[in-house]
Design a protein around this ligand. Structure first.
Ligand code: S3P
Length: 450
């Protein structure tokens, strides 16, 4: 688990062009959901292309602790023998979700309406993140939560023995909160309704329907209204996990910034609730194209081709696009540093409660590297210096945050002087092959000594 292992400092420096194919791992959001929904089905779900990052492996261990059988058959090939909706057993040990907000919040939802008690913990990053956003709606089902001050982990959840269905409007744009309520609604009688004012990633709705639940999604003036019929029998599935657009973002952005680069990132899931970064990069003038666009499992998928783009322009990112690229703002801020003019990012308060405060983490590191960044509670502006003109020559903190670590390593591939990340070990939570994959493209990223 990140935060418990050895610190791994890494340095990125300017080198030759990046060339070749980048086969990024499976989608993290879909991987978590495959394990959890598999555990809530009766019988065997088979999964191909599962992300074998620490976050997802922790969710797999948790599903075992709740009574499911989770088995690895080969690289990315897993099966889950589920116990059915309402079939979770009480875990004998504390559930450690490591670094994963998605893991802990979705699992809390999945157990909240069963008559069992479980205690959750995580690493220093996860134990600092707010859980009230999930335990507040779970309380409406009759679930009790006992955590630390401010609704922090470690936290004990006492599942509702007699859950009632819930109608809940999610107060912040969060797929984790939406999904926790839907998963809790599975074991409540009647209909559970979740309303989101802004659309967030819709993997839970799609996958619940795929596993045989009745889920109706309507777009009404109040927002996206999702109605789930409780107590379905979920039917095990064969799942092929698409490759993660949030991981694809790193080789794509690196290729745009490194002179002479031409990188193909095959088979990337382009669900519109996830693809906002690519639209934004194209608007900034990136030489980024979709090849071989087709559908897989009802989702748009394409090969992304990214080429060196020396004439990027800063833009105002539409705030209504934020949810569809929420995990990509750190690496976008790196691209913005090499663009001409300002890149304005508004409506992004959620970035402050991710694995780290991502606005603060990026702003401090970019400023140290010679880039002007202005910020407020829910906005930030990066003033680009144009291609070739970002000094670098700094050591920055990754703050137990995989995306901060990878973003700064992308930065260092194009700055005048190298950039060192104090600890790149968190990258293993979501993108365990990042180092080797970037090396095959020719990126000059090396382990450095403290
Ligand atoms: C995720 C939802 C998002 C995202 C996270 C994955 C999910 O979090 O940042 O990486 O799989 O539901 P929020 O729900 O906090 O926006």
């Amino acid at each position: 688990m990140s935060g418990h292992g050895t610190t791994v400092p890494m340095t990125a420096r300017r080198g030759g062009a990046l060339k070749g194919e980048a086969h990024v791992p499976g989608d993290k959001s879909i991987s978590h959901r495959s394990l959890i929904l598999g555990a809530l089905s009766v019988g065997e779900t088979r999964i191909e292309g599962l992300l074998e990052g620490e976050d997802v492996l922790d969710t797999g261990k948790a599903m075992q602790a709740f009574g499911a059988e989770v088995i690895q058959h080969g690289p990315g090939r897993w099966s889950v023998h589920g116990v059915g909706v309402g079939g979770f057993a009480e875990p004998a040990q504390v559930i450690d979700c490591g670094n994963s907000g998605t893991g802990v919040r979705l699992i809390m939802g999945a157990m909240a309406t069963s008559p069992i008690t479980a205690t959750f913990t995580g690493d220093a990053s996860l134990n600092g993140r707010p859980m009230g956003r999930v335990t507040d709606p779970l309380a409406l089902f009759g679930t009790q939560a006992y955590g630390r001050k401010g609704g922090r982990l470690p936290m004990t959840i006492v599942g509702a023995a007699d859950p009632v269905p819930v109608r809940y409007t999610v107060p912040v744009p969060s797929a984790q909160v939406k999904s926790a309520v839907l998963l809790a609604g599975l074991n409540a009688p009647g209909q559970t309704v979740v309303i989101e004012r802004e659309a967030t990633r819709d993997h839970s709705e799609r996958m619940l329907a795929g596993f045989g639940a009745k889920v109706v999604v309507e777009t009404l003036p109040e927002g996206r209204v999702i109605t789930l019929d409780g107590q379905p029998e979920l039917v095990p599935q064969d799942i092929v996990v698409p490759r993660d657009p949030s991981s694809a973002a790193f080789p794509v952005c690196a290729a745009l910034l490194v002179e002479g680069s031409d990188v193909l990132v095959p088979n990337i899931g382009l669900n519109p609730t996830r693809a906002g970064l690519f639209t934004t990069l194209i608007e900034m003038g990136a030489d980024l194209t979709y090849e071989n666009l087709h559908e897989e499992g009802g989702e748009p998928v394409a090969d992304l081709r990214a080429k060196f783009s020396p004439n990027l322009k800063g833009i105002e990112v539409p705030p209504e696009r934020a949810a569809s690229m929420i995990d990509e703002y750190p690496v976008l801020s790196v691209v913005a540093a090499f663009a001409e003019g300002e890149t304005v990012m508004r409506g992004v308060k959620e970035l402050r409660v991710k694995e780290s405060d991502r606005i603060d983490a990026m702003a401090k590191g970019l400023r140290a590297a010679g880039v002007t960044v202005d910020e407020g509670e829910d906005w930030w502006i990066v003033t680009g210096r144009g291609h070739g003109d970002v000094p670098g020559g700094v050591t920055v903190e990754s703050r137990l945050d995989h995306r901060i670590a990878m973003s700064f390593l992308v930065l260092g591939l194009a700055t005048q002087k190298p950039v060192t990340v104090d600890d790149a070990s968190p990258i293993a939570t979501s993108f365990p092959i990042f180092e080797s994959l970037m090396a095959t493209l020719g990126a000059a990223i090396t382990r450095s000594n403290g």
